[in-house]
Design a binder for this molecule. Structure first.
Ligand code: GLC
Length: 548
């Protein structure tokens, strides 16, 4: 059995500044997060992924870093940070942090120095061009909010490259000093106790940008170098990467040294994410079955990270235009719900019309598929979005803790909060909050606790194999199984509103005492597995066998 912790982890993603404010200044902080660790421990998560914690002008929610060796003073101090890591560990929770090294903030002293003089030691840390690059209006990540990828800097009298916003100049990965610095940044945070990094924008980090060449070469070897470095510093540290690229390129990101992943340990499965959305929109699992079938076999130690929602828009760019429109029609019909022409800036609960059955179904499905599940804060409560906020801020509203003003997030006056708390209506904190749900065993939060506990008793999910079970079944029903040396589970998820029945008796004649370990309701005992009923939007997780 694998003892790689990340294969059995449940990852929870939170932004410190919208989680819990301990000092009443309107901004969530590290001490506030420490105060909520018991909540996270009870939920059952095993790894906390923190969105950027570094000092920042905060023009891209912290993804514009001004100092890689500190925490933003709004959030607390490095002392608070190490206390958080320690307290989390005491509760069996590891901490990983965002590593945003494709670019810095334009306010970073490196960039300020680089632009100021050709003799600056940092000049070559960024990507410059004398002439105006022809591909200047290509490759934008935020179309509509970003007009170009090269901007003229009047101080330097040169063009600089920025894959993202123009206040995020790209670092020059070709420069050995930059590579060494990135390793040093990793080593620093490992020394402070983190268990690894969520690496931001990896395909862009390794891009050896050439002005005028929109398909500049990529240096995959940097990922091997970095992996070797962090693994040497801390054997069980992980890299979890954001690399939303074509499926055939993904294997290169894992690397394959004699059958073992020697670059990134875990990649977010954007392809599956898009297909999950499509399948949920259609009420038909075909797209997921395709994804399971098309998934390349990963090298040993390589792992997928699955998700339904994250801190960005739902990115549907890997679907065809027609498929994307199907998802838009169901989950984001208004233009105001859509973003960058490719995505949806909503949380899952409102996308599914607040239908509790469908929310449970979607999360039961995500958590039972291959890979390590990642959950965005507030999703466990069914929090909503605030479409009056700009862009992705719609889904970055403060955590809703209780009935107190500001949902218990902060004691500051409402106008002083980092972002408004969702108030009133179906998703307002008065109705959707952790305390109310804590006291209700039928709440979504209680369900998440049960579901995660169940998952953690099923090590074959995540570290074992995962396969579609091809049997005659109603069109909305997905049957899949997970196997490893510890046992076998079979899963039924009904994406359609109609009830269904499936016969699995011929497939699993050996099942001794199959039993439902999680289901949307009480069903008759599975017995011989010949008449397994599943309600519309229902699901059953059935344990077939468990080996000691
Ligand atoms: C990643 C992050 C996103 C950020 C961007 C630039 O895509 O997920 O939130 O804006 O990188 O750093």
């Amino acid at each position: 059995m694998s003892d790689r912790w990340y294969e059995k982890a449940v990852i929870y993603c939170a932004d410190i500044d919208t989680f819990a404010d301990s000092n009443g200044d309107g901004v969530g902080d590290i001490r506030g997060m420490i105060g909520r660790l018991d909540y996270l421990a009870r939920l059952g998560i095993t790894c906390l992924w923190l969105n950027p914690v570094h000092p920042t002008p905060n023009r891209d929610d912290g993804y514009d870093v001004a100092d890689f060796y500190n925490v933003d003073p709004r959030l607390g101090s490095l002392g608070d940070f190490t206390e958080l890591v320690h307290q989390a560990r005491d509760r069996g929770i590891r901490v990983i942090i965002d590593l945003v090294v494709n670019h810095t903030s334009d306010q970073h002293p490196w960039f300020q120095s680089a632009r100021s003089s050709p003799d600056s030691p940092y000049r070559d840390w960024y990507v410059w061009s004398q002439a105006q690059p022809e591909d200047r209006h290509q490759g934008m990540v935020f179309p509509g909010e970003q007009a170009e990828t090269w901007t003229y800097d009047r101080t330097a009298k040169l063009w600089y490259y920025h894959r993202f916003y123009k206040f995020q100049p790209d670092l020059n990965i070709k420069n050995p000093e930059v590579r060494e610095e990135i390793k040093k940044i990793c080593a620093f945070w490992l020394q402070l106790g983190v268990s690894g990094f969520r690496m931001d924008a990896v395909p862009f980090i390794i891009e050896e940008t050439e002005p005028g060449n929109p398909n500049s070469p990529k240096d995959m070897e940097f990922l091997s170098e970095l992996r070797q470095h962090i693994q040497w510093r801390q054997g069980d540290a992980v890299l979890l990467a954001e690399a939303n690229v074509e499926p055939e390129q993904l294997k290169d990101f894992f690397g394959d040294a004699g059958g073992s992943a020697n670059r990134i340990h875990m990649l977010f499965d954007f392809m599956l994410n898009g297909r999950l959305m499509l399948a949920l929109a259609r009420g038909n699992p075909e797209a997921i079955i395709d994804a399971l079938r098309d998934t390349p076999k990963l090298p040993d130690g390589g792992q997928w990270a699955t998700f339904l929602r994250n801190h960005d828009e739902v990115d549907l760019s890997r679907l065809t235009a027609e498929q994307r429109n199907e998802v838009f029609a169901q989950f984001g019909p208004d233009e105001n719900m859509q973003l960058y022409g490719r995505g949806i800036r909503r949380r899952l609960a409102p996308m599914l019309g607040g239908d509790r059955r469908r929310i449970e179904l979607a999360y039961a499905l995500q958590f039972s598929l291959r890979g390590t599940p990642v959950l965005r804060y507030g999703e466990e409560l069914g929090m909503g979005d605030d479409l009056t906020q700009d862009g992705r801020d719609a889904i970055r509203t403060p955590m809703q803790w209780n009935m107190a003003p500001n949902g218990g997030f902060s004691t500051a006056p409402a106008g002083q909060l980092v972002r408004p708390v969702i108030t009133g209506g179906e998703y307002g904190y008065e109705k959707v909050n952790a305390t109310l749900q804590r006291h209700d065993t039928r709440s979504l939060l209680s369900w998440f606790e049960r579901m995660i506990r169940t998952l953690r008793e099923a090590p074959e999910v995540g570290s074992g194999s995962c396969a579609h079970v091809d049997v005659p079944a109603p069109s909305g029903l997905l049957v899949h199984r997970a196997d490893d040396v510890t046992g076998t589970m079979v899963f039924l998820h009904n994406l359609a509103p109609e009830d269904g029945v499936v016969d699995l008796s011929s497939l699993f004649p050996e099942a001794d005492f199959p039993n439902d370990v999680l289901a949307d309701q009480e069903y008759a005992e599975p017995g011989k597995l010949d008449k397994l009923a599943v309600a519309g939007y229902g699901y059953r997780w059935i344990r077939l066998c468990r080996k000691p």
